[in-house]
Ligand binder design. Structure first.
Ligand SMILES: Nc1ncnc2c1ncn2[C@@H]1O[C@H](COP(=O)(O)OP(=O)(O)O)[C@@H](O)[C@H]1O
Ligand code: SF4
Ligand SMILES: [Mg+2]
Length: 348
């Protein structure tokens, strides 16, 4: 990509207060650039810090969360730049929705059950109109219809409905339409298809693809499901214990993972065609962030671990991307030994 990044994250750290004097670091040493129109997936098991990072990037952390260090430089539609971490309340209000929008994890259950969908659109458009545009009732109707059309829902029927009258897939599409209401440049989606059946997942993923091509927004797609990441992302970053431990093009990550954790996640993805392989799950669970093992946090679960792995936290090191792909990085002392041969077919 030849343009300037829309988002540049440097040395970002995020922590949560857990007691009067105690804190847990839920994301650290986060560095990446996101380019216009680019789609990046953040993958990893539950508890690895994906939601924390997604919320932190847009300064949406819950009350006990804070950002002790780091910058998130964002380039606005007008070309001006600022560090999102330094924006005040009013600046953030103007920034969200019209520059960057987020579909939260579990948001499908957060519709107001006593409001029709039309009211949700009206509230969103009026509350986040950026002070520049006053929406008339006719404008709101037209824009709501246009947005629902974009996600291939039948506007009349959906606008009249209460949330419980819509299926899970329809609710998720409606949320995506709402997030696009003010034409953001950046869309952050946190597990948007979890809890939906496979066919619905597939159709939502296809639709996100299509919308991104048509509207040109950049996307950060958070998922524990590598199959979905394979479908949607140009670039994939794996998170473990609050760190990005591998990053590269979707192609490099899926066909040549260099971190044993990423390789383990891929081996646990069910292919849609061909012989059923023996699925291998990674033994154990992610560590408690308040009590991390020394050195590489993955060591207790890693089949390649040696005593050196516990000496210090491995740095992300550059590996040549295949086929002239941009750089691929992995934080593993023995990345050259990781064996991975299975051709992976996405499961959606
Ligand atoms: N609101 C919170 N208060 C305190 N700690 C939290 C909070 N949310 C998340 N954490 C901590 O951050 C870790 C990562 O959580 P999260 O970002 O939700 O991971 P993921 O989205 O990958 O499942 C959790 O294991 C927990 O230790
Ligand atoms: S650094 Fe060591 S423990 Fe960590 S992933 Fe690599 S081989 Fe495994
Ligand atoms: Mg999460």
């Amino acid at each position: 990509m030849n343009d300037e990044p829309i988002l540049s994250v440097r040395d970002l750290e995020i922590s949560y207060r857990t007691g009067k004097r105690t804190e847990v670091t839920a994301a650290s040493d986060i560095n990446f650039d996101l380019y216009p129109g680019e789609s990046m997936a953040l993958v990893g098991e539950s508890g690895c810090g994906k939601t924390t990072l997604g919320l932190g990037l847009l300064k949406l952390l819950p009350r006990l969360g804070r950002v002790p260090r780091g910058t998130v430089t964002y380039r606005r539609k007008d070309g001006s730049r600022s560090d999102i971490m330094k924006l005040g309340k009013e600046e953030l209000r103007r920034f969200r929705w019209s520059e960057a929008a987020m579909v939260f994890q579990g948001a499908m259950n957060a519709f107001n059950p006593v409001q029709r969908i039309a009211d949700h659109f009206e509230d969103t458009l009026r509350d986040h109109a950026n002070g520049q545009k006053r929406w008339s009732t006719a404008d709101i109707k037209r824009r709501s219809e246009e947005l629902l059309d974009l996600v291939r829902l039948e506007p009349d029927r959906v606008l009249r409905s209460y949330p419980h009258e819509l299926s899970g897939g329809m609710k998720q599409r409606t949320l995506i339409a709402l997030a696009l209401a003010l034409e953001p440049q950046l869309l952050v989606l946190d597990e948007p298809t979890t809890a939906l059946d496979l066919l619905t997942q597939r159709s939502i993923v296809e639709q996100l693809h299509e919308l991104r091509e048509r509207l040109g927004f950049s996307m950060i797609f958070i998922t524990h499901d590598l199959g979905l990441a394979a479908e949607l992302a140009d670039r994939v970053s794996t998170m473990y214990a609050g760190r990005i431990i591998e990053s590269g093009t979707a192609e490099d990550i899926f066909y040549n993972p260099r971190h044993p954790y990423t390789a383990g996640l891929i081996k646990a993805v069910l292919p849609v065609a061909g012989d059923l392989p023996e699925l291998e799950s990674i033994p154990g669970t992610p560590p408690n962030l308040a009590n991390l093992p020394p050195g590489c946090a993955f060591a207790p679960r890693c089949g390649y671990a040696t005593s050196e792995c516990s000496d210090e936290i491995p740095a992300l090191t550059r590996i040549e991307g295949s086929n002239g792909n941009p750089p691929h990085t992995a934080a593993c002392l023995h990345s050259d030994q990781v064996e991975f041969s299975r051709q992976v077919v996405s499961r959606v």
